[in-house]
Design a protein around this ligand. Structure first.
Ligand code: ATP
Length: 362
């Protein structure tokens, strides 16, 4: 059974806590991305699963077995690193076959295993070449081939695509996802690139300062962020997080003082449980409609900076109390600097966060 589970895992380096009480379980065939800013503890978590780092406390369980005391070799894990090294004096085929050398296979068996993974990763044409004679994308695929050739119990990838250029990353994301979906193994991928996580993962674990803040499907972490950090970390351009005063809630609508004006907006029923208080409201830049006139469900802001982004335009606008609001509108909508905008937030894409930063949601 290919599964990975960590429960209450903590890693201390002296007084410093790099990972705190991390819980995560990855099912067979599931791809989970650890995503977060630099230094949040992603690699340390991965290294504890691999056995390259010892957990200070908590359990690491692979295939149902507690492996805290097993060496990396005994955990039967395949790991692909950001800086994979291929042996320059061996052919591509020999590089892929390297991990099989301890398995005492006959030559035909070994060739068959290499051919099988080379076919999956579209490398059959380059098997006889030397690493210096293949492209960067092929080198990356060779590293993946070398990892899967051994039939490990699960896969760990540490920033596997960060060395590739943008275009190659795009195609490799799809290719790796396709390969993994055919293997039924639990896989953990570390990345700081949210697009990589959103496209490759079945679920994403978002980390900050050593803590897993939320684990959810790409849709859930985008549409139902658990807190202000996740809300502003996921999504480009970044979600607007604006301070507001919750005045009242009635008939499914909240009345708030936002950006210096009263705003009436349909809100999650859980908001009714809040007393009048300071809250934060999250609105994605694409969740505004710019309308002609002010009304009870619009806020006002003045366009300051206009950034064309191809099919869409990003507007940086300033409210009368100085909040900077990002708004994305279709390219056809012509907006000039200095223009007054009346912005209607889509209530279904408007998030309420309490003073503690946690989402207020039923
Ligand atoms: P990045 O995306 O930059 O690789 P990360 O999220 O993978 O970051 P880690 O490499 O897990 O972060 O590091 C988490 C924290 O632990 C960092 O502050 C790092 O400096 C610290 N750290 C990592 N390894 C050690 C070590 N061996 N000794 C002391 N501190 C360490």
């Amino acid at each position: 059974m290919s599964t990975i589970e960590i429960t209450k895992v903590t890693k201390r380096f002296g007084d410093f806590v790099a990972v705190r009480d991390a819980d995560l379980s990855v099912g067979a065939g599931e791809v989970v991305c650890l995503l977060g800013p630099s230094g949040c503890g992603k690699t340390t978590t991965l290294r504890m699963i691999a056995g390259l780092e010892r957990a200070t406390s908590g359990d690491v369980i692979i295939g149902g077995q507690r492996v805290n005391d097993l060496t990396p070799e005994k955990r039967n894990i395949a790991m692909v690193f950001q800086f994979y090294a291929l042996y320059p004096a061996l052919t591509v085929g020999e590089n892929i076959a390297m991990p099989l050398h301890y398995e005492s296979l006959s030559k035909p068996e070994l060739d068959a295993r290499v051919m099988k993974v080379a076919t999956i990763l579209h490398l059959t044409e380059v098997l006889d070449r030397m690493p210096g004679q293949v492209s960067e994308g092929e080198k990356q695929r060779i590293a993946v081939a070398r990892a899967i050739v051994r039939d490990p119990s699960c896969f760990l990838f540490d920033e596997p695509l960060s060395r590739l250029d943008v275009e190659l990353r795009h195609s490799m994301r799809g290719q790796i996802k396709e390969v993994l979906s055919g293997l039924s193994k639990a896989t953990v991928i570390v990345t700081h690139d949210q697009l990589e996580a959103l496209t490759m993962a079945d679920r994403i674990a978002i980390m900050r300062d050593g803590i897993i803040e939320q684990v959810g499907t790409p849709h859930d972490v985008f549409a139902k962020p658990a807190n202000v950090f996740v809300a502003s970390f996921i999504g480009t351009p970044q979600m607007n997080i604006v301070d507001a005063d919750l005045k009242s809630f009635a008939g499914g609508h909240a009345t708030v003082e936002l950006a210096g004006s009263p705003l009436k907006i349909a809100a999650d029923p859980a908001v009714s449980g809040l007393k009048p208080s300071k809250v934060k409201i999250g609105i994605r830049p694409r969740a505004f409609s710019a309308v002609d006139k002010a009304s009870a469900d619009t806020i006002m802001a003045q366009a300051e900076l206009i950034e064309p982004m191809g099919a869409e335009t990003l507007i940086h606008a300033r409210t009368k109390i100085g909040d900077d609001i990002r708004v994305v509108v279709p390219r056809e909508m012509r907006v000039k600097g200095g223009e007054t905008l009346h912005l209607r937030p889509d209530p279904r894409q408007t998030h309420f966060f309490g003073e503690d930063g946690k989402a207020v949601r039923a």
